[in-house]
Structure formats: C-alpha cells, structure tokens
Design a protein around this ligand. Sequence first.
Ligand code: NAI
Ligand code: MG
Length: 325
Amino acid sequence: DDVEIAVVPGDGIGREVTPATVRVLDALDAPLSFSEYEAGDAVADERGTPLPEETVEGVDAADATLFGAAGETAADVILPLREAVGSFANVRPVKAYPGVDALQPETDLVFVRENTEGVYAGIESELAPGVTTCTRVVTDDASRRVAEFAFDYAAERDARVTVAHKANVMRVTDGQFLDSVRAVADDRGAAHDEALMDALAMHLVQRPADYDVVCCPNLAGDMLSDLAAGLVGGLGLLPSANVGGANALFEPVHGTAPDIAGEGVANPAATMLSAALMLEWLGETDAGERVRTAVESVLADGPRTPDLGGEATTADVTAAVLERL
Ligand code: NAI
Ligand code: MG
C-alpha cells in the first residue's frame, strides 16, 4: 500500500516551495500518494476559518504531512496541526553547505525544541487596557519527553546535548525544565552541558562548532534556530520535523516571505530538505538520501536563488534538483 502524504501548501511562498517539493517526491518513483489540503490566510478569507476541519482530519489520517507556511494565521494553523500529529518535539537541523556563503562554515548542529507548551501555550490575556499577561506552562512530563527525545537523538549520533535555559531568572518554570532534563540525563548516566540562553545566543554566533544537539524550551528554540539560520545562509535552508507522535509533520522553518511571495524566486531547499527528513522518518531512507544529496549538489554547484546570492528562480532550482536525482 502507498504511504499517504497530506500536503498543505498554505500561503505566500508556501504555495511555491511546496509544489516544487512534491514534483521532486513524485520523481522518486517511491510508493507515495498525495492529498492536498487548504490552510492559512487565503482559506480564512474565503471560508472564515484558517484551518478547515477536512484539513485536520486529512493530516490526522495521513502517514505524514508536508506543510509550507501560513501567514498571519500561522499560530492558528501550525499549532493545532502539530498537535494533530501528536508532536512534542520540533527537530531543526542547521548546517553550512559547501558552496553556500556562510558566516560560520563550521556550523552543524540540531535544535530539539519543546513543541507543546512554554509561552506558546496560548494563555494570554488583557487584564485591563494596556495591561497584558502571558502564562508560561512548563510541566515535568513535557520537559522529560523532549529531553528523552534529545538524548536518544544525540546517542544515535554520538553527539552531546546542551540544554538552553534561563533558570536563574525564571526559577520556577525554567527551573522545572532544567530539573527534568537533569533527571533524564541522570537516569541514563549521559553527560550534558547547560547554557543560559542569552549567553548561548552569543556563543552560537561565535563558536557554533561547540554545539551538537541543543535542547530548548519552545520560544528559545524558535528564536535560536532562526539565529542559527543566519550563520549558514538564511531561512531558505532550514528544514524541520515535528515528531514524537504516531504521525508527523515536516515543514521549512521559514514563513510565507511576503517580501518575495509571487515572484517565483523562493528557495525551495528548506522544504525539499524537510521532505528528505519525512522520507527518512517514513523508513524510505534511500529516497530521503537521494533527495538530500540532489539538493546539496545543487547548493554546491548552483543554480541558486537570490537569497543565496544567485539569480535563479524556484523553477530553475527545482529542475536542477530533478536532474540530479
Ligand atoms: P519569513 O520566514 O517568512 O521571512 C523572513 C525573511 O527570510 C524574509 O526576508 C524572507 O524573504 C526570507 N525567506 C524566508 N524563507 C525564504 C525562502 N524559502 N527563500 C528565500 N528567502 C526566504 O518570516 P517573517 O517575515 O517574519 O513572517 C512572514 C509571515 O510568515 C508572517 O505572516 C508570519 O506569521 C508567517 N510565519 C509562518 C510560519 C509557519 O507557517 N510555520 C513560520 C514563520 C512565520
Ligand atoms: Mg519561527
């Protein structure tokens, strides 16, 4: 039986890089079948909801989902979809590619970001006009399971875990996160490093090669991974995997890029590399390797999109990747 992939292009450049990636997946002759679903600003305008029920059901029923990006409605789309696949860990590999100008060519690390709580739990209120609050949720369960995931991931790669926290200020919530990660490390007798997340931001810029697997609370993982994107050539290169559940959702780290949307020049690499992670997660290891190798070879030799200093279109890059498959 075919593996069922739900495809949710979303808005903006999501509608450009997602179809480009599906063309690459189609060319693999792997046993994959695709169903497309709507989500985001455009469908919200048309139908009054950014996340129609059939999209959630389709994502829930599929073996895996490939997502593009949603615009202003991103939080209303991606948070429920990550939940729909049961994901508790967001994995974001960041590495410099030969041929691509990078501020830090030594960069090769992976963020494992807690994907369900923290300040993204969505508990915000306006107590009075001009007085607002956000409730940060950190539980032992969620912190332990993401830590377990990070230590497993690191063990498979012979890598070291660094935990990002700010427990010196957020004593209760990040204190909990840190305690939970330490408990997991103790159980396993695994060594790990601990880093205050503000200083970590600086060290990542100066010495990214010091880090392998960085286990982060939700917001910190979001911010530090975009920072690290800047070290290797930008958001057009960063894939991500929302994993931990029975099925999983794969998406570029970037958003809808309104500044370039519609011009046909978005870099499809982040989404194609996300698809490679998806194939690996599905057990289609050879197919995943083929996609990754083809994308890396195009990054090395060109053509390249304008974000990487080139003049190529999304279509040019896609054609080159197809040729190298
Ligand atoms: P963004 O990631 O869309 O763009 C940031 C910058 O990176 C822009 O200059 C853009 O042109 C560039 N960029 C991003 N991806 C690129 C690619 N593939 N090729 C070439 N250049 C690329 O972030 P921004 O501007 O903060 O947000 C724009 C919209 O996207 C917002 O409405 C936001 O809510 C949404 N968003 C959605 C996400 C999601 O659906 N998961 C994630 C992040 C933002
Ligand atoms: Mg982000």
